[in-house]
Write a protein that binds this ligand. Structure first.
Ligand SMILES: C[S@@+](CC[C@H](N)C(=O)[O-])C[C@H]1O[C@@H](n2cnc3c(N)ncnc32)[C@H](O)[C@@H]1O
Length: 267
């Protein structure tokens, strides 16, 4: 376990996907997530996404992470209102300990930067394997909107334990999900805005006091790296293997359309 991941697991930091609560709500809204859903979160860290999905819609959620400390902290972060709904397991996203078609939704996002480039596609395929046909694959990933200096990238990878590359732009990260099994149903793209000093101060105040110095150094690095980043939020649908399915291509039919507001129409 890298020093950074250990710091995350043991300092009270709330580790979230890019976009935090807004992203979780976007996933829920665009994938009909509800109390009937059975969700796997890959690379759950200390449990934020699984716990929030359970809080928002009372879905059953299982978080999986490579590291025992993250899993233990995820359990500690679980409150009595969602305890019956969430569970956390130690495991490797490259070899998920679940049967085919086990889940209605799979969240796969922030663990991919920690995996070598040659393994990322296989990890996505493994997540698709455990997703039921017509289920939803949810992701949110940072990408470089402009290439960072190599020195910054090297420092970031060294300090955080990621295996990022300078050419990890929108095309690179979104193309990882190009698969005949996946249909893109929803996407939004967001600009990352750096944190000002008052936001950093507030962030630090909510961390374990003994960890604040280390976090202050990391936040400087994150802020610098953030000036090169955007992120996307996506919802993909998993297609069944049959070839004679009714699917409209181009999606939406012959016309495209744009939402308008007509004067006098109730909005
Ligand atoms: C940045 S955190 C994820 C936070 C948030 N859940 C998200 O998806 O953005 C990355 C997590 O991925 C986990 N991870 C890295 N490699 C993994 C693997 N091969 N299998 C499962 N988890 C992995 C790390 O232990 C870490 O807790």
């Amino acid at each position: 376990m890298s020093e950074y991941l250990s710091l995350v697991a043991n300092s009270g930091q709330v580790n979230t996907p890019p976009g935090s609560y807004d992203t979780v709500k976007e996933w829920i809204t665009h994938s009909f997530l509800g109390p009937h859903s059975n969700v796997l979160e890959v690379g759950c860290s200390t449990g934020f996404t699984s716990i929030e999905i359970a809080r928002y819609v009372q879905a059953k959620c299982c978080g999986l992470d490579l590291h025992a400390d993250s899993v233990a902290t995820a359990y500690k972060n679980t409150d009595s209102y969602v305890r019956e709904l969430v569970s956390f397991v130690e495991g490797d996203a490259g070899k998920l300990p679940f049967l085919n078609h086990n889940f209605s939704h799979v969240v796969i996002s922030g663990h991919l930067p920690f995996v070598s480039a040659s393994m990322r596609h296989q990890h996505i395929e493994e997540s698709v394997r455990v997703l039921r046909p017509w289920g939803y694959l949810l992701t949110a990933l940072y990408f470089y909107r402009r290439p960072p200096p190599q020195t910054l990238l090297d420092e970031f990878n060294r300090e955080v334990g990621t295996q990022l590359e300078a050419d990890g732009d929108y095309s690179y990260w979104s193309n990882l999900f190009n698969s005949p099994q996946l249909l893109l149903e929803h996407e939004s793209v967001h600009e990352v805005l750096p944190a000002d000093s008052s936001r950093i101060k507030e962030y630090l105040e909510h961390l374990e006091p003994s960890s604040r110095k280390k976090w202050a150094e990391r936040l400087k690095l994150f802020n610098e790296n953030g000036s090169y980043l955007n992120y996307f939020v996506r919802v993909h649908r998993r297609l069944p293997p049959e070839s004679n399915l009714m699917i409209q291509i181009p999606r939406g039919g012959i016309y495209r359309s744009k939402k308008i507001t007509v004067q006098g129409q109730a909005s």
